[in-house]
Design a protein around this ligand. Structure first.
Ligand code: SF4
Length: 404
């Protein structure tokens, strides 16, 4: 297997606006197994990182031929992967690609999240295209209303990167039309009429792919609704295209004092200087950042990695909020682990690090049943007299109830 000597592309991206190049090279012609080599011993892979987010977004990799300029893909796999991306298309920002330490390592946790796999078109029973039943709980265009006091506004089906494990693969599978401003206005009039809704989650797709003016329009329309106390944006921009967090966007976001942002770091290698800077810029706007990881086989399904990820997040003031069990969505079965794996991970975190580093592990109930928190069992028995409890060292003790 050819060894890719990529200079750390992430560290090559200037923090102050300049464009830098990062060039990858195969060590020898014999080592390149897939016929992608032109015989000169060099893979024509050159990762150019651009500071301008529009250019980075435009220049993302979207097809298998482009992808194979950077990553070795066997001739046998190419037609199959072309079939995969007809169903679930692909977009990978070069920045995110540059985080892969060895581009030929098919088990790389970064590669697994962004590069399509033929596993995606191998159907499994129990999988659904809309596992959370979002379409059934949609009372207005692009709006999901599942819990009494909050609603989800899906403002776009586009993302900076199409994460291979995404629960909303249905939105980008068939290139359904983007919601119009009229759709969004209709959704917001539903929120206005349902006064118990106090929180609107602006999601998608990734809302930050929209033009900044449109984001401003949406946020100001939501914030004008009297019953809405909190607005939350879900975005992977700090993780996959941190260049997006630029001055104009920050000027818009800082206007909304009730705005929270949730992002999705899944692996410690995603916490780069660029990602940290993006988070800092958002925090300087007064925004509280939280993280919702997804438990993914071969990416973060062990306690050591999850502990490192959560400690690094805490150090940059991004609160580890949720660890999601990967949903049974069509095209993502190869990422799913047993729920017991998640419990085991939490068991190995609790007590070994600060409680602020420990996310709540949740399973999203099929067909809109809602989130169910799951944790290791520390309560062994209970009676009016008291409880038998277990601590993180597996020591048990009796805890007397006060007399009532
Ligand atoms: S950014 Fe979010 S919505 Fe978009 S593909 Fe990734 S997980 Fe799905």
């Amino acid at each position: 297997m050819g060894k890719y000597k990529n200079l750390s592309a992430a560290s090559a991206l200037g923090m102050n606006g300049e464009q830098k190049k990062c060039v990858g090279k195969f060590e020898s012609a014999e080592e390149e197994p897939d016929g992608n080599n032109d015989g000169s011993g060099e893979c024509k892979s050159e990762i150019i990182l651009e500071e301008d987010w529009h250019a980075s977004y435009r220049n993302s990799l979207k097809n298998i031929d482009d992808l194979s300029r950077f990553v070795s893909i066997s001739e046998e796999d190419k037609p199959l992967l072309k079939q995969v991306i007809k169903t679930f298309h692909t977009r990978i920002p070069l920045y995110y690609l540059s985080l892969i330490k060895d581009l030929n390592d098919i088990d790389s946790p970064i590669r697994r999240q962004c590069i399509p796999s033929i596993e995606e078109i191998k159907g499994e029973i129990h999988e659904k295209i809309d596992p959370l039943g979002e379409e059934k709980t949609s009372p207005a265009p692009c709006l999901v209303h599942r819990y009494p006091d909050r609603a989800l506004l899906l403002v776009t089906g586009r993302c900076f990167m199409y994460c291979r494990h995404c629960t909303r693969k249905r939105l980008w599978r068939s290139r359904i039309p983007e919601p119009t401003l009229k759709d969004i206005d209709l959704a917001l009039s539903y929120v206005r009429q349902n006064r118990q809704i106090r929180e609107v989650i602006v999601s998608g797709g990734d809302p930050l792919t929209l033009p900044t003016e449109k984001i401003d329009y949406i946020l100001s329309s939501v914030s004008e609704i009297k019953n809405v106390e909190v607005i939350r944006i879900g975005t992977r921009a700090p993780v996959v295209l941190p260049q997006r967090i630029e001055g104009n966007l920050c000027k818009v976001l800082e206007k909304y004092e009730n705005l929270w942002i949730n992002t999705q770091f899944n692996h410690p290698d995603e916490i780069t200087p660029q990602a940290i800077l993006a988070c800092k810029k958002l925090q300087r706007c007064g925004i509280v950042l939280s993280n919702q990881s997804v438990l993914l086989k071969g990416v973060n399904d062990n306690a050591k990695i999850m502990l490192e990820l959560c400690q690094k997040l805490q150090a940059i003031r991004v609160r580890p909020y949720y660890l999601y069990q990967c949903d049974p969505v069509v095209g993502a079965h190869h990422f799913r682990t047993s729920i017991l794996r998640g419990i085991d991970i939490l068991e190995n975190m609790r007590g070994h690090t600060s409680g602020m580093c420990i996310p709540t592990f949740v399973v999203d109930g099929i067909d809109g049943k809602g989130k169910i928190p799951i944790s290791p069992n520390y309560l062994l028995s209970a009676s009016p007299e008291g409880l038998t409890l277990r601590n993180y060292k597996n020591e048990t003790f009796f805890y007397y109830n006060p007399k009532e």
